[in-house]
Design a protein around this ligand. Structure first.
Ligand code: SF4
Length: 342
């Protein structure tokens, strides 16, 4: 197993993960950051894992409907590093750094950029949360919050722990899967404060769950941290009922409740990962015939433009014509959405 992360096209070629003769791949590499941890290099013997991290020429195809900020984080940002879309919760972007850079990421144009939120901006965001009693939950997310040092994490968890109106802190992270060695005693201790921390583990394919990743997830669970998962439905990666079933069963065995299956967002250059909504619904219907209810995530769509996340169900979706949908947002607004055309 390689011992350091791969961070360039040359690294990927040397590791046998990228084709040295592929045309224009260097353009892709310049457009979007590369990082693959040793754990994911090893998992990339499965092409379904490699596809998530290795640049592809299709990324240069930018669809007219694709957006730099597909879920509208910036439009709902009262302060730097903070997104306040729903009354009872905020997203706090403590860092833009990730241990891996996923080719389909809806924040692909900001991750890896500015690095850590400055101390000043972090203090202002925490003061905003403290002064806003309607906020009951703080979601730390992308970049990846578990790339922070335990010392920094502890400081944030302690500060949030002094805010009486918070019910929980939720951390979305790919770290337990892609960089499991980070999940050590010091990091776990940093997460144990008066406000419970829930971790939502991002995993898309059962091959990502190698022994070290499984052990890291067990360490979190053994420490009493409630665990959920989120996965992105990705064409050519996990768009089969067998793969999704295997993934959700593996997560259940690790005491992780499958929580969200995200429809792939309209990130620029990620069209080759997108399935149709109808394909996703068929997969969910097939999974319901195979899996216990606790193994079934909610299949969700973040309505482009920042209108919120809705379950992909007939309560929120009407198919106007094949591949063209009318979607009702949580506030009752209506939006048009078109499936990719292959
Ligand atoms: S935010 Fe999550 S999905 Fe996006 S690049 Fe980082 S780890 Fe991957």
């Amino acid at each position: 197993m390689t011992e350091v992360a791969l961070e360039s096209l040359r690294d990927l070629v040397r590791a046998g993960l990228a084709d040295p003769d592929a045309e224009r791949l260097d353009e892709v590499a310049r457009a979007f950051r590369i990082r693959v941890t040793p754990e994911m290099v090893a998992a990339s013997v499965d092409p379904a894992v490699a596809r998530q991290f290795v640049p592809a020429i299709e990324e240069l195809e930018i669809g007219a409907e694709e957006l730099a900020d597909p879920i509208g984080d910036e439009a709902r940002s009262p302060l730097r590093g903070l997104t306040h879309r729903y009354a009872d919760r905020v997203i706090l972007h403590v860092t833009r750094i990730c241990d891996v850079y996923c080719r389909f990421c809806f924040r692909r144009e900001v991750v890896g950029g500015e690095g850590l939120l400055s101390e000043q901006d972090l203090a202002a965001a925490l003061d905003y949360i403290d002064a806003t009693p309607t906020v009951r939950e703080v979601i730390l997310t992308g970049g990846d919050p578990l790339t922070l040092s335990p010392r920094r994490l502890r400081a944030i968890v302690e500060r949030l722990g002094r805010i009486d109106h918070l019910d929980q802190i939720r951390i979305h992270s790919r770290v337990p899967v892609v960089a499991p060695d980070r999940i050590d005693d010091e990091l776990i201790a940093a997460l144990l404060g008066p406000v419970p921390v829930w971790i939502v583990v991002h995993a898309n394919h059962p091959s990502e769950l190698r022994p070290a990743s499984r052990a890291a997830i067990r360490r979190l669970s053994d420490a009493g941290i409630p665990l959920l998962s989120q996965s992105v439905l990705l064409r050519g990666v996990n768009d089969s009922v067998d793969t999704l079933e295997a993934l959700f069963r593996a997560l259940l065995r690790l005491r992780v409740k499958p929580y969200y299956l995200h429809h792939c967002d309209l990130a620029r250059g990620a069209g080759h990962f997108r399935t149709t909504l109808a394909q996703g619904r068929t997969l969910m219907a097939d999974l319901r015939l195979r899996l216990t209810g606790i193994g079934l995530p909610t299949y969700v769509l973040d309505i482009p433009g920042g209108y919120g996340k809705v379950p992909i169900s007939s309560d929120h979706l009407t198919e106007e014509s094949p591949g063209r949908w009318l979607i009702r947002d949580p506030a009752g607004g209506m939006h048009r959405y078109a499936d990719p055309v292959y």
